[in-house]
Design a protein around this ligand. Structure first.
Ligand code: SF4
Length: 236
């Protein structure tokens, strides 16, 4: 399948040209799941973006948590279930008014059509992490109630990211206490899925821009040694 810049789907076989006449040969890259079976998330809607959406600058490229089982299984199959951006916007528009959902369990957001998604979301609580550099698109999304968590690889990186004023989430060492601080003194609270056995559907902290703390994630089983190094700011 190919899509047009306005998100209209068109099939490559019949070569139909849509109204905008701007065909884009890029494969569609996002899958939508109405009820996630991911234990960390709980039963909320979620999207999965394909690998090519990961920004070049991500320090965890190739070995992040999403490469671990069973998330990797879903990631590998994104192209099989991918939908055009316009269809995803329609799905999000139809969610209940206060429905919490997760954007990009795998991969990252495509900034070209993020503004469309932000409009479709209309302020619903969303959990979204990004390794993209801060741009006007991200700032505008945050200003419109689409919470943007900047992902950091370690607490020092978290300080750099936090200087933008947007909320931050960071890797922390396995041995980090439940409450710790960045080198610049910003408070880091370990994700309650570790400390209180809550899942995202019951916690929702990452959907809140007013939480005033950085969320810390400890390395899990997958590529633990490499991720631990990243969390310590050491080269992989
Ligand atoms: S802090 Fe809460 S919402 Fe964020 S990832 Fe952890 S459980 Fe989910």
């Amino acid at each position: 399948m190919v899509i047009c810049r306005d998100g209209t789907a068109t099939r490559s076989r019949d070569r139909r040209v849509c109204d905008c006449r701007v065909s884009d040969t890029r494969a569609t890259v996002i899958r939508f799941v109405r009820v996630s079976s991911n234990r960390h998330l709980g039963p909320i809607p979620a999207t999965y973006s394909s690998r090519e959406t990961c920004p070049e600058g991500c320090g965890l490229r190739g070995f992040c948590y999403a490469e671990g089982w069973p998330v990797r299984l879903h990631w590998d199959r994104v192209p099989d279930f991918a939908i055009p951006p316009a269809d995803l916007c329609r799905e999000i528009r139809q969610l209940p008014r206060y429905q919490l959902w997760r954007h990009c369990v795998t991969g990252d957001a495509e900034l070209e059509w993020l503004p469309d998604l932000v409009r479709a979301n209309a302020g619903r609580p969303v959990i979204f992490f990004t390794h993209h550099l801060v741009t006007d698109v991200l700032r505008d999304a945050a200003a419109r109630g689409f919470n943007v968590n900047l992902s950091a690889d370690n607490p020092t990186h978290a300080d750099e990211r936090a200087s933008s004023g947007l909320p931050v989430a960071t890797l922390i060492e396995s041995s980090a206490p439940n409450v710790s601080y960045t080198p610049a003194g910003r408070k880091i609270v370990a994700c309650p899925s570790d400390t209180k056995k809550l899942n995202c559907s019951r916690c929702g902290l990452c959907s809140r821009s007013d939480r005033g703390v950085i969320i810390g994630f400890r390395p899990k089983a997958h590529a633990r040694a490499r991720i631990e190094k990243a969390a310590r700011g050491l080269p992989g």
